[in-house]
Design a protein around this ligand. Structure first.
Ligand code: PLZ
Length: 448
């Protein structure tokens, strides 16, 4: 095998360029090995193999350059191989790679905690604990809420996604592919309707919240509920922005009833929506907030941040893990947060949102299959429907996504019904590249 190194980061070629059919021969060869070596159930969305990525593009092993409208599912907000992240990781690699924070602590973990306590909403004493994956943060937020309240029931919402580990999977709404055949599920999880303005018959936010609250009070009793966990803007479920007033009404009710409000900002957090967190759009202050994905520029890190009295309720040694808050991931997180701040990426997210929303709202005027264009900042979705009934059109969605892939654009779908195209570009993508990516998606729509 010939060794070759392509350097990613912002210096990577910033244009869409296809030099082979998709997938190219080298990708096909490696994916064949995947089939023989990797569990079939670990799927993949694009039939290409990555070689380098940065800015707004990803280069495959055949030399094809793709426009990245997915950021590895909302992870590389600061761009792949962001120079600040690369530098910080390199420096840390040369010093030490691991001690286990719970054996010998290090400063960067503490600095990440301080920073998260500062940027998360709420002017009260906070504490933070670090973990590896989003699912693990969710599991720990639930542990913390139960320990602090002495209650057991956890309420989750329709269309929610909270992860794939056992408890997180139980919190996730959708059966196939996430839960099918994987039971038994963790007990004391209850599900109520959320707010899905396009599909819930025009309920206002407060009305939708009252419907959920009534169900909880009737079926569980508020006094047995430890926590509600909610994505302030649902991700996998379809980039659903709840109607105005939904989150504040729920927040107010949980406060009155001693119920912990957990905001799962794993997908919607870290500048993605144009503010640090999606709850910030309505001034909602959660008790606990789970974070991952955009936190560390692609390195595995997650966090739970929240009220000191809740976070400190568990016994010493009750929270932990061998790798949680790994020093390399912490170095990456500090550099990524610096990039969000210094490179003004929150503003970039808003600008990206304007471009996406503007273009698709325009297209919608002439294409009734675009049921709704929605979202916030660089987290924008287009819900595709059969125009006569407004019923979901997952087949059209799949055709558009496939067209994009074949034409050099990394594009993801989502939604309970598989009929939502979602845009999650790196915040470092150039306007012109984004416009070109949108153009390909529009072309895909026109030809499908
Ligand atoms: N909470 C809100 O979006 C992860 C899932 C990809 P992990 N979403 C992407 C897939 O197919 O598994 C997610 C999320 C929200 C929790 C999670 C879970 O985060 O880091 O994947 O465990």
């Amino acid at each position: 095998m010939t060794a070759h190194i392509t350097v990613g980061g912002p210096d990577l070629i910033q244009e869409r360029r296809l030099v082979t059919e998709i997938p190219g021969p080298r990708s096909r060869e490696i994916l064949q090995r995947k089939e023989s070596a990797v569990a079939r159930s670990v799927g993949h969305t694009l039939p290409i193999v990555a070689d380098a990525a940065g800015g707004g593009t990803l280069l495959d092993v055949d030399g094809n350059s793709f426009i990245d409208l997915g950021s590895g599912i909302a992870v590389t907000g600061v761009g792949n191989s962001n120079p600040r992240v690369v530098r910080a990781v390199r420096e840390q690699l040369d010093r030490f790679t691991h001690t286990a924070f719970t054996v010998v602590p290090y400063e960067s973990y503490i600095a990440v905690a301080e920073k998260l306590n500062e940027i998360t909403p709420g002017n009260f004493a906070k504490r933070t604990a670090l973990f590896n994956s989003g699912s693990e943060a969710v599991e720990n937020a639930v542990k913390i809420a139960r320990r602090a309240t002495g209650r057991q029931a956890i309420v989750a919402f329709e269309h929610s996604f909270h992860g794939r580990t056992n408890l997180a999977m139980a919190l996730t709404a959708k059966s196939a592919p996430y839960k099918q055949g994987f039971g038994p599920f963790a007990p004391e999880i209850y599900r109520v309707p959320g707010s899905y303005p396009y599909r819930d018959g025009g309920l206002t936010g407060p009305e939708a919240a009252r419907q959920a609250i009534e169900q909880i009070e009737n079926e569980l009793g508020a006094e047995s509920v430890a926590a509600i966990i909610i994505e302030p803007m649902q991700g996998e479920g379809g980039f659903i922005v709840p109607a105005e007033g939904f989150l504040p009404t729920l927040r107010e009710w949980t406060e009155r009833n001693g119920i912990v409000f957990i905001a799962d900002e794993i997908q919607s957090g870290f500048a993605r929506t144009g503010l640090w967190f999606a709850v910030d759009h309505e001034g909602v202050v959660p008790d606990l907030i789970t974070m991952a994905k955009g936190i560390a520029g692609g390195l595995p890190l997650s966090a739970v941040t929240g009220r000191a009295e809740l976070m400190d309720a568990a016994q010493v040694g009750g929270l932990g893990g061998t790798y949680g808050g790994n020093p390399i991931a912490c170095a990456a997180a500090l550099a990524a947060i610096e990039s969000y701040e210094e490179d003004e990426l929150l503003g970039r997210a808003r600008r990206i949102g304007e471009i996406l929303t503007g273009r698709f709202t325009e297209l919608q005027k002439a294409d009734p299959r675009i049921g709704q264009v929605r979202g916030r900042g660089a987290m924008i979705a287009v819900e595709l429907v059969h125009p006569d009934t407004l019923s979901p059109d997952p087949a059209l969605t799949a055709r558009v996504v496939k067209y994009a892939h074949e034409n050099g654009v990394i594009l993801l779908a989502c939604g309970t019904y598989g009929n939502v195209i979602r845009f999650l570009p790196p915040l470092t993508i150039e306007d012109q590249l984004l416009q070109e990516g949108i153009g390909i998606v529009a072309e895909g729509l026109a030809r499908s």
